[in-house]
Structures are given as structure tokens and as C-alpha cells.
Design a protein around this ligand. Sequence first.
Ligand SMILES: *Cc1c(COP(=O)(O)O)cnc(C)c1O
Length: 423
Amino acid sequence: MAKPAVQERKERTVEQVSAQRIASLDDEPPLKRKGVEESLATPRTSRSGIPGSSLFRKQFFPNTSSTQWNDWHWQLFHRITTGEQLLRFLEPTESEHQALQRSDWQFPFSVTPYYLSLINLQDPEDPLRKTVIPHIAESIVSDGEALDPLGEDHTSPVPGIVHRYPDRALFLATSFCSVYCRYCTRSRLVGGHTEALEEHWDRALDYLASHTEIRDVIISGGDPLTLSDERLEKLLARFRQMKHIQMLRIGTKVPFVLPQRVTPALVKVLKSYRPLYINIHATHPHELSEEGRQACNRLSDAGIVLGSQTVLLKGVNDSVEVMTDLFHSLLKVRVRPYYLFQCDPIVGSAHFRTTIEDGKAIMDGLRGHTSGLAIPYYVVDTPGGGGKVPVLPDYEVSHDAKGFCLRNYEGKRFMYPDAKPEA
Ligand SMILES: *Cc1c(COP(=O)(O)O)cnc(C)c1O
């Protein structure tokens, strides 16, 4: 049967668009072969100004040009999403192997070739590796864990909206991410194993339009910056029509997992919807590669205000040294550390969670020791839907009629002659 001459232009998923666009560029990474193992121990050059990813590309995608590699569609099309594909790049540990073998896995696995290039493939303890490669510990359900620990589903008046605070709300724009973080707080929603959130846009937008008390919308997901420029522009334009919405925020990890996505065309779209705040999910200083830093700078240059959100993760970034390095590296590219989150108790997250005391000790190692600008709020997003609560090291030693006794960063005590309360 002949196709109609003019087909209705349907919305397509990012994956369909990418598949189509990339079909002609396709090439497969070579199978793991003898001799490759030795050269795997390539020095980490990503911080010396040379893109570390170019060595990786030459090794695993020898027929891929840097133009292809730097095309975000290419990166999406070549995502590594199965254990079998991963074998081409690294030798899984026993715990990773067990996790990758499971077919009943409910939380999908996906990593871009670019993000894999930031990982030292020979090191089972590589910090970024632990955040994206499945581990069998994810199948252990510990006390207090839940699929929806923040009770977001209870504060969701319509699908795709979380409205917990008086003047601001989350808009979940998509359930797709280019890379799935193993500790994801929305693992119940992302990855497309529930119906696509995109289908709910109209109802969600109607909700925001009719709730004029909302002046701040946080566009989250999934990763909103994986939407096409056209879809994103359409969405931003809808928000602009709502006069009560004074500002928009986007929560994304794109600058660090798919920096190629931050194209001049995307930046142009974003620039025209200022005031726009982008909070970038940042995990570890290894993410601040040449490409990652350039992506941040392009956004900042366009007048978009950048902040970071980091999840405290055991064995990944749970030290004063790593956190200081991360926050300094972010400030150098004009990203202001905003939140450090205690890891949410999602199902299978025990191996990632530190104690809150550990978190407080890290905060204690920052305040006073480095720029206040390098210090985010450490918050616990309270299970059950109470929202974010800041947690501080104990700086207040005591207070009485004479005043407040405070401890400084060196552990010395100082009295502040507090005003007397009015009778
Ligand atoms: C984190 C969050 C916000 C934004 O909180 P801020 O403290 O304003 O950054 C809004 N709504 C929900 C449901 C959230 O989880």
C-alpha cells in the first residue's frame, strides 16, 4: 500500500530521532581482543586539557571521527545498555556480572560511551564506575527502604507534577536519561518501564497554569535536556505564557554525562527563556573533563545561572578531599554548589548510603577550611514527603543567660553576648 503523501508529523522519542539520524554513521566497537587489555591502562588525561575521551574513542571506536563522537545523537545511539555490550569495554567484577545477568532487573542500565571514557576501566573501585554499573547489592532490600521514599506519589496531584511546597513545584518532563545512576531517587519512574511521562504534559501544564501560587517551576525527570530542542522550546514557551511563573529551573546531568548535547542551538533556546537556573547533578571531580567544563561555560556565557546537586555516596565521594576537589572544580566553571543530598533510602541503596554523621563530618571539614561559596547545603529529603531538611555539624555548644557558646572550624569556643529576649 502506498504511503500517504503527507504524513502527520508525529512526536518521536529521542531514540527514534537519533536512530534515524545516526543510521548512516553506525559502526560497532571492536570485540575485545588480545593486546587491548594492556593499553586499557591509559593515563587519565582528562584533567590536563586534552580530552581524555579521544584516547578512548581511538581505542574502542577506531572508525568513528571526532565529529561523530561529539554528536550527541551518536552518543545516545551508542549507549551501552546490556552486560554483553559492556564486555567489550571492561571485565565485570563478580558482583557486577551477577547483576548484569539478571533479566528481571527492574531498573535499566545505560551509559554513554563518553561517560564510560571517564572511567578507569581497569579499576573495579573507580568512583564513577560504581555509580552507573549495576551491582548485585541492588537486589538487597534493607530496613526502611522504599520504591518511593520521598512519598512523591502522594504529593502528585496529577501525573508528572510533584507539588509539595507552597510556591514551587516539580514538572517531570520525561522518564528518559542518557545514563542511569544506580542510586536514582526516581528509579520507579525513569527508564520507560512506566508509561512515558511525556503523555501527561497537557494535564500537568494545565495544573501549573491554574495554580497561580506557583512562581518557580523545576523541570526535572528523567533528564529534560535529553528532549529535542523543539520539544524543549515548546515546553518553555508554555511556561512563559503563565504570568505567575517568575522563574524556571532545570535539573539535569547532561553537562557531565552527555556534554555534546550542550550545542549552540540548545544554548540559544535556553538563553531566550531567562531567568533560567540549571542545577547540574555532579558526583565526582572526574566528571569535570574538558568537555564537561566547556558545556558549563557555554551555559554560563549565555547568562544561565548554574548550581550543582550532589548525592553523598559511600566509596564514591564520601571524603572531605573528594568533596573539596569537586566543589572547587565546579566553582572554576561557575557552578555554585547548591545541595549535598544524603542518599535517599530507595530499594537496594544500602551499599551507597553513609551515615548522617559521616555527612556532618564532611560538612565540618569544609566550613571555614575553604570558601563559603564552595559549601552546599547538606540536606536530608525526609522519607514520607516532609521535604528537604538541612543538617549541620554541631556548632552550638550551649546557650544560657550570658549568651551563646559557639564552636568554630578549629574547635575553639567563642561566646556571643546574645540579646535578651523581650519580656
Ligand atoms: C527539591 C524540591 C523542590 C525545590 O526545593 P528548593 O529547596 O526550593 O530547591 C521543590 N519541590 C520538590 C518536590 C522538591 O523535591
